[in-house]
Design a protein. Structure first.
Lengths: 330, 381
């Protein structure tokens, strides 16, 4: 398997769980519903006061909800279609959108085909027209000017369990802003910190172990294989292949040894010396070291490593190099 | 005449002499010590000089309400301080670090990545100690990150979790980073035998340019998918490295690792120093933070060295054994901790160059501390 195939495999493994867990309409909830407005309730784009439904995105990604439905009738789940072709029908992470229950969908994208009244249940239906994503029942005794809302369990508004009547907060966060922070919750759940420590250490190790595995798979293993193949080829080329193969000894020819030595860079030593001296010497000394290394190591002291000092002849100087003089069109 | 006298009295009230307290003088003295140490001993001069001078600036006694202090909204210092407070200086520094870091030592020996993970135990050890000392979990997390030995990460996380403690945490982190050779060497000598210190590691293979280009992309994807909360740091680190290795964005890479990081380092050092105003800095908490910071460095170094010794127990091939002296380099004080490995290694075996081997865990430590910061942020932020 060549490097590119391995890379595609790695990326595939990485991306597949992401695709499986991509944010979708199931992350939406009906966060708040108001059935009967009072004189200070929010007005729609036409200056009317009426019931409204607040849809909230609980996920950490943007959700497109065009094509979904809102309804107040479980027997008719496709009652009020949310248009697909409106760019405004996407909701950012932990954002909300109001739908006015005007009973006239032709008023606009965010208007429903039904009105609201106490005792009704509002359903948010997926774009397949069958799956109910969320539903919220308006209490019979909900007074005018009050709404029923799902209250956030946490300060970040990620989970909602409690449903209760409250003062309406259209388009705003439903929850107690003074609720316990994550830190306070952690202090309660894990006062000595062992759980967080164990989880965190596991995650750090896992993240870096996965990194190690991928790079071992992608590069180190093939490199070792190439090196062994190369040594074997040289062994056969030197004519002692059969003999050594019979004995089972990994005999490496002089030519192969030379190549391996060349591939394990002398520049490493140079790099070590240069970096170790970094703290101690001045620029003049760097230049002297670079010249000495250049003369000593010749072509093996390369420019690929950051820590190797080399003097490389170039056809252009800083004054006439076209690459330095022109800027690419942005 | 009386008017002149009143004016002089009023002027006197505005001067630093009239508003001076012993705490201000103490902080100014600490600032001068930082500058002196940075210049004479050359301990992290690029950081300690701006921080030290920032301490002096921040502790000049002044009459409040003139809109010049770092904590007064709209002042020049306050505007510059927003980069620290809002956490956008550290990712810019990470961009520069990425553009100047060569990951080949890591790519050539991927197994060394795990040492970078082991050394992050310092972070969580300090977290446990801080909790035991009575700090709130968010404060403990911010203090723990000192063990990552990474100044920008410490500033980034403390600005999110415990802004009140940020000055003490940043100064503690940078101070101990400067003291890495002093702190780590005795621990390394204590935990290793002469035979172990003499272990010569095989030369790392040469890494191709293709591998270097793929590394930042794949490395970022893996780490960011696992810990998205570390995105600002990880994204900038790997992006900077891609600029360096791609070979077609030389000017951008040079700017990132040159003028950009210099400007941001100057501003971050100065403003962090200036944020250590005596009334906010001189407290029992700050002293505890310094103590815990030292503890975190000791734990990190110990865990790194012991982890390598543990790995060696499972390596049968004698030629592939790892010198435990590179375990200390798992903390991300680049390249100081790797230099310590080299120096201590050569004390035992003058021909044993450990520097390039130690750079592997060293840069892995940068990634590891950013991942750890992301985890702490997601749990406590």
């Amino acid at each position: 398997m060549n490097c590119y195939k391995r890379l595609i495999l790695v990326l595939g493994v990485l991306v597949s769980p992401a695709l499986l867990c991509a944010q979708n309409v199931s992350d939406l909830i009906i966060a708040e519903v108001m059935a009967q407005p009072d004189s200070v309730s929010v007005v729609d784009d036409y200056g009317r006061r009426g019931g409204w439904i607040e849809i909230y995105n609980t996920s950490m990604g943007t959700v497109k909800f065009g094509g979904c439905y809102l309804t107040d009738d479980p027997a008719e789940l496709r009652k009020s279609l949310i248009p697909k072709n409106d760019l405004a029908t996407s909701l950012g992470p932990r954002q909300s959108r109001l739908f006015y229950a005007s009973g006239r969908t032709h008023d606009g994208t965010f208007y429903t085909d039904f009105t609201l009244s106490p005792g009704k249940t509002v359903y948010l239906v997926s774009n397949d027209g069958r799956t109910v994503i969320d539903q919220l029942t308006i209490p019979e005794d909900l007074p005018a000017g009050k709404s029923v809302a799902r209250i956030a369990n946490d300060a970040k508004g990620l989970t909602f369990d409690t449903v209760s009547p409250c003062d309406p907060t259209p388009g705003a966060y439903n929850g107690d802003p003074t609720a316990a922070s994550k830190s306070d919750q952690m202090a309660e759940r894990d006062p000595h910190g062992w759980i967080l420590t164990l989880v965190s250490v596991s995650v750090v190790f896992s993240a870096l172990a996965i990194l190690w595995f991928f790079f071992w798979l992608l590069f180190e293993r093939p490199a070792k294989k190439r090196s062994l193949d190369s040594a074997r080829d040289d062994r056969f080329a030197a004519g002692d292949g059969k003999k050594s193969a019979r004995k089972g000894n990994p005999v490496i020819s002089t030519k192969a040894k030379g190549r391996m030595e060349k591939s394990t860079p002398d520049g490493e030593v140079a790099a070590a010396i240069a970096l170790a001296l970094d703290m101690e010497e001045s620029g003049d000394v760097y230049a002297a070291i670079a010249l000495a290394l250049h003369l000593e190591l010749g072509a093996t002291a390369h420019d690929a490593e950051s820590f190797v000092l080399t003097i490389r002849p170039t056809p252009h100087s800083a004054w006439n190099n076209p690459a330095d003089g022109f800027r690419r069109r942005p | 005449m009386e008017h002149i006298y009143e004016s002089l009295i009023q002027f006197w009230q505005y001067t630093g002499f009239a508003n001076c307290t012993w705490q201000n003088l103490a902080m100014i003295a600490i600032g001068i010590v930082f500058i002196t140490v940075a210049i004479l001993k050359e301990w992290e001069p690029l950081l300690l000089v701006p921080i030290g001078f920032g301490m002096i600036i921040g502790n000049i006694p002044m009459f409040p309400g003139l809109n010049i202090g770092i904590y007064e909204d709209g002042s020049v210092l306050n505007t510059l301080y927003q980069g620290v407070k809002q956490g956008w200086y550290p990712p810019l520094i990470f961009l520069g670090i990425g553009a100047m870091t060569d990951f080949s030592a890591l790519i050539s020996q991927p197994r060394l990545i795990l040492i970078g993970a082991a050394a992050q135990m310092g972070i969580f050890g300090a977290y446990l100690l801080a909790l035991a000392c009575g700090f709130a979990p968010a404060e403990a997390g911010a203090i723990g990150i000192i063990g990552g030995a990474d100044g920008p990460t410490a500033i980034f996380l403390s600005s999110k979790l415990a802004p009140d403690l940020m000055g003490a945490i940043a100064v503690s982190a940078y101070s101990y980073m400067a003291l890495v050779p002093v702190i780590q060497r005795p621990i390394m000598l204590l935990l290793t035998s002469k035979k172990e210190r003499a272990i010569e590691m095989p030369k790392p293979r040469q890494v191709s340019q293709k591998e270097k280009i793929i590394f930042p992309v794949v490395g970022f994807l893996i780490t960011a998918f696992i810990v998205p909360s570390g995105l600002p740091l990880l994204g900038m680190l790997f992006f900077g490295n891609l600029l360096k290795e791609s070979g077609v964005t030389r000017r951008l890479a040079e700017t990132a690792r040159g003028p950009l990081i210099d400007v941001v380092t100057t501003l971050i050092g100065l403003t962090v120093g200036a944020s250590t105003q005596a009334d906010k800095f001189l407290s029992g908490k700050s002293l505890m933070i310094f103590g815990l910071g030292l503890g975190s460095f000791i734990i990190a170094t110990t865990c790194g060295v012991l982890f390598v010794k543990g790995i060696n127990l499972f390596i049968r091939n004698k030629d592939r054994k790892i010198n435990p002296l590179i375990g200390n380099a798992g903390v991300s004080a680049v390249p100081d901790s790797a230099r310590v490995s080299e120096v201590v290694g050569r004390e035992t075996n003058p021909n044993n160059h450990l520097l390039m081997h130690a750079m592997g865990p060293n840069v892995a430590g940068v990634i590891g501390s950013a991942v750890a910061a992301g985890i702490l942020l997601s749990f406590l932020g």
